[in-house]
Design a protein around this ligand. Structure first.
Ligand code: NAP
Length: 308
């Protein structure tokens, strides 16, 4: 199936990737983009991942069959209020927000009767942002989770499922609260840990910043990739998934204290057993096709044979 007009609001990493992938998959007759920033609009028009970049929000969503909000989550409420009167009856309103409880809270009250609200979250991304960061294969083989509200129109859910499959993704449907807990574990708390450890390295007085950078290949740099993610997007994630993040963080702190004790007590057997279990999780991710089996995440070798 193909949508007549697709409107993408917010032309950063995710919005531009949707445009590229929608063109590649021919899942929409016309793709129209809009971004609050005039500069982003001008750059996006040159990149060509939409058929047209609208200069107003109203023009972008008018007569659209599918509208996808792809801005940071903190902007959703006012965006939903602004576009409500311009959505055509039967249109589908969706999003890509990394949290779903707050998105339902902020958007649902503005959804006009006759418009189907089917939230979505593609579990794919990079540490880059902006329209230049997008690419057509971002969603290939990755999961997109739909969190339709109870009683949502089944055809609209099926249409959004097919849309994401057309972009290369696999699709799951999940309850909102469960989504927020699962993502707190697999995405939000890992980001918080990365932000924290990079911050600690920055503040540590006995080790210079020069040394941290020079010797980063020993593990630290893999945290820095995550900690380089967009500050606005991640601020909004933590402001909007507070409960689930605090729940997982509580559990994390207990487990970290246990590890601390094992290190202090020299409990090598306990450490070895845990590290053996965690290795198996990495193997499971590779078997499931969610990462490469190549050493060092498949990073290229430098010309002298060293890892980049
Ligand atoms: P991004 O690259 O920073 O792009 C967001 C774009 O939205 C920016 O161009 C921003 O403009 C624009 N924007 C902000 N407020 C707006 C408004 N009121 N109206 C129109 N445009 C507005 O961010 P992203 O990584 O694509 O993330 C977008 C959404 O995807 C977020 O909700 C995030 O939770 C979700 N998501 C992200 C990832 C990821 O890994 N990055 C993965 C899955 C889902 P300015 O820069 O001028 O503010």
């Amino acid at each position: 199936m193909s949508f007549g007009k697709l409107a993408i609001i917010g032309l950063g990493l995710i919005g531009s990737s949707i445009g590229h992938a929608a063109k590649r998959g021919k899942v929409a007759g016309e793709i129209v983009g809009f971004d609050a920033s005039e500069d982003v609009r001008a750059r996006s028009a040159k990149l060509g991942f939409t058929d047209r970049v609208a200069s107003t929000l109203e023009d972008a969503v008018k007569n659209a069959d599918l509208v996808i909000l792809a801005t940071p989550v903190g902007a959703y409420k006012s965006l939903a209020e602004s576009i409500a009167a311009h959505l055509k009856p039967g249109a589908i309103l969706s999003d890509v927000g990394s949290v779903k409880g707050a998105v339902a809270r902020d958007i649902s009250p503005s959804v006009p009767k006759g418009v189907h609200f089917i939230p979505a979250h593609p579990i794919a991304g990079t540490e880059f942002s902006g329209p230049e960061a997008g690419f057509a294969s971002l969603f290939d083989g990755r999961w997109t989770i739909l969190t339709p509200p109870p009683g949502a129109d089944e055809k609209a859910v099926a249409d959004v499922r097919q849309f994401w499959e057309g972009l290369g993704a696999q699709v799951d449907v999940m309850d909102i609260a469960h989504h927020d807990l699962v993502l707190a574990m697999t995405s939000h708390v890992p980001h918080l840990i990365a932000y924290n450890i990079v911050g600690t390295a920055h503040d540590l007085e006995q080790v210079t910043e020069g040394e941290v950078i020079k010797y980063s290949a020993s593990g630290f740099r893999d945290f820095t990739r995550i900690a380089a993610s967009d500050p606005t997007m991640w601020r909004d994630v933590f402001l909007n998934n507070r409960e689930a993040v605090l729940e997982v963080l509580g559990r994390f702190n207990e487990d970290l204290s246990r590890l601390q004790r094992w290190v202090r007590d020299g409990n090598g057997d306990a450490l070895f057993d845990l590290f053996t279990q965690t290795r198996a999780i990495r193997r499971g991710i590779i078997t499931a096709g969610q990462d490469t089996a190549s050493p060092n995440f498949g990073r290229d070798k430098r010309s002298d044979g060293q890892e980049k």
